[in-house]
Design a protein around this ligand. Sequence first.
Ligand code: UDP
Length: 395
Amino acid sequence: MNVSSPPGRRAEPGLVRAEPGPVRAEPAPGRAEPAPGRAEPGPGPYRVAMLAPPWIPVPPPGYGGIELVLSLLCEGLVRRGHDVTLFAPPGSRSAAEVREVLTEPHEDDIQRAIYEADHVARVFEALDRAAAEGNPYDVLHDHSGFTALAMADRIWVPVVHTLHGPFTEDTIPFYVHHGGKAHLVAISEAQRESAPDGVQVDAVVPNPIDVDDWPFRREKDDYLVWLGRFTPVKGPHRAVAAALAAGARLVLAGPVQPGDEEYFREQVEPYLGSDGVSHVGEVQGEPKADLLAGARALLMPIRWEEPFGMVMVEALACGTPVVAFAEGAACEIVRPGVNGFLVENEEQMAAAVRDVGSISPQACRDSVAERYAVDTVVAGYESVYARAVLGSVPA
Ligand code: UDP
C-alpha cells in the first residue's frame, strides 16, 4: 500500500541508531512534538490506537488473557471520554471503534512472524494515513508481541507497550536493545522487579477485572480446578499430582496450543478419566465462570515468573480461593490466609488444599474488586499516555 507519510514525522533513513547494545528512551526525531494536526499535548482526552495481537478476536471466544484485558481497557477508556480505535482480528467487538486488520484471526498460528509483521505494518500504515488526513493519533498502545516494539522508533507517534510476557533468556536481549523505544508498562510489581539491567519500566498497571461480570458463590462443590494453557510452566501435571496426593477431584480446562501436544499426551493425558481427574477442554462464558465459582480452590502450580495470571483474579472474583506456587505475580495476587495460600511444591499444595475451607469467599472477592477495578487500571494508563504524549522520558 502506498501511503504518504506525515511530513517530518518518520525516522529518516540514516537517523536511526546503528550501534548495537542498549538503546535509551531518547525520543525519536519529532517524537516529543505534538502530532500533526493536534494542538499542544495535554492531559487528554487522547486519541488512542490500541493494537491487539493478530491471533484471537477481542473479546476472546475462549482462551485469551490479553484479549480480555483489551476488551475491558477499551470499554473503560471510552467511558472516560477517550477516542479509541481497536486494531484487532476480524470478529472483534468493542466499545471502541474496531478496525479489522488482517482478513482472518490466526489462532492456530500464534507467534508466526508473517502474520505479526503483516498486522503491525498495516496498522503503522493506518496511523500514517490518519495523520495525513489531519486526524492523527496521540498514542499507539501496543499489546501485540515484538514487532511493533522493535519498530517503535520508526513511527512518529509515541508508543506505549504493555509487557504481557515474562523476561526470559530469549527475550532479555530483545528488551535491552529495543525497550527504550517505547514507554514500557509492567503488569505486576514482580514483573517490573524481574526487568534486567538496561530495561526501564515506566509504570506498573495491572490487568483489569470487573467483578460484576463474574458469579459469586459461597457454597462450593467438591472439586478443585486448574484452568489455562496446557504447557509445562502452567503446571497442569503438577496440579494432577497435588490433587491425587490430596485425594481430591480435579477438573482441568483449557486449550492445548501448537507445540504443546506432546507434553499434553505424555504428562497429562495418562491421568485423565481415573482417580477423579477430568479434562473438559477449552471453556468459555458461563460454563467457565460456573466452573471457577463452584470449585473449592483454583490450583496454580506455576514454574515461571508469572507476569500476572488472569485466572487467579477471575477465580477470586467468584469467591474461590487460589493455591499457587510462590512465583511471579502470584505473590502479589494471593494473600496467604486471606484469599488462598502460597506454597513451594506439590506436597505443600496438597496440604493447603485441606485448609481452603478456612478462607472466606467474600474476602476472596473483596481482595480483587478494588485493586484491579477497570477504572483503577484506566487511570494508570492515562498517566502513562500523558507522559508519552508530553514526550517525557520514563521516571
Ligand atoms: N481461558 C479461557 N478458557 C480456557 C482457558 C483459559 O477462557 O479454556 C482464559 C482465562 O479465563 C484467562 C485467560 O484465558 O482469562 C488466560 O490468561 P492468564 O493470564 O491466566 O494466562 P496466560 O495469558 O499466561 O495464558
